[in-house]
Design a protein around this ligand. Sequence first.
Ligand code: 6PG
Ligand code: NI
Length: 189
Amino acid sequence: MDSPKIGGIACVDWSTGSLVGPNARESVKTLGQMRGLFQNQNEFERMDLNTIIYRVQWLAPVPDGTEGGLFWGTTVIEPGRVGDEYFMTHGHFHAKRDRAEYYGCLEGKGMLIMMDTARRTWAECMEPGSLHYIPGNVAHRVANAGETQLKLTACWPSDAGHDYAAIRQEGFGARLLARNGESVLVPTR
Ligand code: 6PG
Ligand code: NI
């Protein structure tokens, strides 16, 4: 048997969540790929659509959709705003709605915004060391309310999948906005 150079499927820098190794995959989300998600359309159109909003690195040791497996990933959200609204992830329900997930904050500060299938929306503060359990049937999105990158690590079932359409069409029931220098979760209607 080949002896691996590192003792596992990849190497993680536990302070930043950064994954290194041939199995680590990566994706980048630019502002242009998030059209329609931020409240202020005019401000959105005035900004550079190539601006990177967040990056995801992840490990998929089994094929996507495999029942019983687990994926691991790290998301790095840049600081910034579109108008009053903080840079954030797209947000999703899992395609298999009842699949849960863990999020842990490594660096930076922000909010984990969650919404159930009845559109009830709430949030938890993310700061280094905070660990968050996202129950099944709950959509999740992270907004960076700080002035530095927000880094979070996550673990989710390999058959969870992503349903982005519901969020693209209806959004969450609240948005994280800057109000007098504070971040406030403001209901959308
Ligand atoms: C998942 C996780 C997480 C998430 C990223 C980016 O289910 O895969 O929740 O890895 O995908 O933080 O967020 P979006 O998937 O909403 O773009
Ligand atoms: Ni998820």
